[in-house]
Design a protein around this ligand. Sequence first.
Ligand code: NAG
Ligand code: NAG
Ligand code: NAG
Ligand code: NAG
Ligand code: NAG
Ligand code: NAG
Length: 665
Amino acid sequence: MLLNFVILVSLFFVPTSCEVDGFIYNGFKSSNISLDGIANITSNGLLLLTDSKTQDQGHAFYPNPIHFKNSPNGNAFSFSTTFVFAITSDYPPLDGHGLVFVIAPQRGIQKALANHYLGLFNSSNNGDKSNHVVGVEFDTIYSADFGDMNDNHVGIDINGLRSVANHTAGYFDDTGLFNNFTLISGKAMQVWVDYDGRTKLINVTVAPLHMEKPVSPLLALKYDLSPILNQIMYVGFSSSTGSVPTHHYILGWSFKANGKAQELSQLPSLPRVGRKGTSRFVTIGLPVISLVSIVVATLVVVYYVRRKKYEEVLEDWEREYRPQRFSYKDLYTATKGFREKELLGAGGFGKVYKGVMPVTKLEIAVKKISHESRQGMKEFVSEIVSIGRIQHRNVVPLLGYCRRKGELLLVYEFMSNGSLDKYLYDQPRLTLDWNQRFRVIRGVASGLFFLHEECDHVVIHRDIKASNVLLDGELNGRLGDFGLARLYGHGTDPQSTRVVGTLGYLAPEHTRTGRATPSSDVFSFGAFLLEVACGRRPIEPRQAGDDLILVDWVFSCWNRGNILEAVDPNLGNDFVPGQVELVLSLGLFCSHSEPSFRPTMRQNVLFLDGVVALPELSALGVSSAGLTFDHRGGFDDFIKSYPASSVNAHSPASSVAESLLSDPR
Ligand SMILES: *[C@@H]1O[C@H](CO)[C@@H](O)[C@H](O)[C@H]1NC(C)=O
Ligand SMILES: *[C@@H]1O[C@H](CO)[C@@H](O)[C@H](O)[C@H]1NC(C)=O
Ligand SMILES: *[C@@H]1O[C@H](CO)[C@@H](O)[C@H](O)[C@H]1NC(C)=O
Ligand SMILES: *[C@@H]1O[C@H](CO)[C@@H](O)[C@H](O)[C@H]1NC(C)=O
Ligand SMILES: *[C@@H]1O[C@H](CO)[C@@H](O)[C@H](O)[C@H]1NC(C)=O
Ligand SMILES: *[C@@H]1O[C@H](CO)[C@@H](O)[C@H](O)[C@H]1NC(C)=O
């Protein structure tokens, strides 16, 4: 009878939502843990918070909410958690950043920063009282900004990364003696975090796996968590990498509110790291033997580190491209180890470094592109190599390439005057007068004509804009980065929507269908023409939110009968009005929303050279309705309503245009 009553009562008190007060993961194989960022579960059940990606972050949260208090102003319950982690760096002793056990008001973490922000906060919310976040960090990098004590410490973080308590990583043994260890040793370590809701004491204890829990905690902090923790919270982990690829693993985890976390058992094993067993020699203890083995081990380690450091990927199909192949070691030496100081720029596809080749002293620019999938790689390499073989005065010479795991390196001739955009937007520090600009425009037109019609096959550039036009020593405009977008254009790459072109230069049909064509390049070329003549970007964000759409504005100037109003004011009166008018009109013509209305690059070259006179715009079917920038293109920030293309393809104007502009071949 009494038993029945107890069962009945407990039935009534089962929480209605899926809130729980405890769980255990002995490995994460087919678990329902909630992941974001680059976090993933390995095939043998390790939770891998971050892998070899740099400057990135990973989060994993227990999917269900946890009850931490009975009422909003109540006392936080006691809780206890234990987990096993391991941190390995691809290039020890260098490493990425650490990991944090987190209690947060929501499942997952949004808009946090990688690097020393540990994927937990960003520069604006770090330290904010409204965060309601408790963390226990295992930090492997010294960040002076957050008052870190060293590059190997454990800290308790309340709402921010400036720890309220910290200690060098290690444990106190039974005699009270402190033993330190290195967090990035790659060895599994167990952590216990215990909070006593009555005494308000937070204990953090860490020890190598398989060791009994040390009696004295590493950190014991008296801190009332009641105001920090909400009634309902989520628990999980966050970690981040910096410039060194670092793996953060969690092997197992258990948690319990109002009780003691369950013991972990049968954890998955960590992947082997290529270490040579010299331990037997050492334990024999003969000084000579141990000395020799230490030397041998050092050499082996140095050999493996060096081999790993310069490791490349070379597949069978690449044999024929041997002459275009650079060794990674040479590129590494040329760029002084891809030092930040050698950085020339960073674009959508990767970072560009300046270098000087070791023997030839040739000045080069190396573009480092991280690329995980091998899809399209073969076609891409064959394309760039074939372009590299044919040189054109207005295309940046591609000298060759190199491939590593997840990375493609393209080697270009160094262009001493940098990219054109600096001359347009960095005024008056850097300027080009009108004649120089016009020469650059003609050069780019002829470079693009070459890619479209004079190569072995049609090469679509896909990303024409001022920042992709480089100026050589004689201020000739040269197209760089051709075809790169193609590498991302296969739709399987999650980044593809971000990088297959640049907002403001993308033709409307290109964003709609995802297909790049020579006429979508012409559209971008049109945006480029306006950009160079006006000294403005295609879309200029303005405060009130009514962004200036360059093509609309130039059109309105033309409509008012004064297209020259649009010319870059930095040019003063020092320009050739006829040429400016030609460039602006051609820019509008190329911006036509209907691809078949746009001139080809061959026609563009003829117009710019004055061989064929550009007809009146009004005769070419250019009207405000026919000029369309796709403001959407996957960029929610830029959502706008704007009249779509509505030009009738069979209008008389279009046939005028067709007959005027028929291919003169
Ligand atoms: C996963 O979810 C199911 C259903 O919600 C639950 O029964 C199970 O305990 C969860 N597993 C873990 C490890 O939390
Ligand atoms: C997780 O790993 C699987 C298989 O290893 C892979 O297919 C998937 O893309 C990975 N997910 C992330 C987010 O890296
Ligand atoms: C910082 O993170 C908070 C919380 O996710 C977010 O609301 C805020 O927009 C972020 N700030 C920046 C500058 O990213
Ligand atoms: C971190 O540890 C150092 C050395 O023990 C100590 O001087 C410092 O006050 C500690 N910082 C905090 C926030 O506890
Ligand atoms: C551990 O302690 C020793 C002796 O104090 C010190 O030399 C060493 O640098 C410490 N190691 C780490 C990883 O802190
Ligand atoms: C925390 O550590 C102290 C010893 O420093 C111990 O007395 C106390 O019981 C511990 N509290 C918890 C919740 O484990």
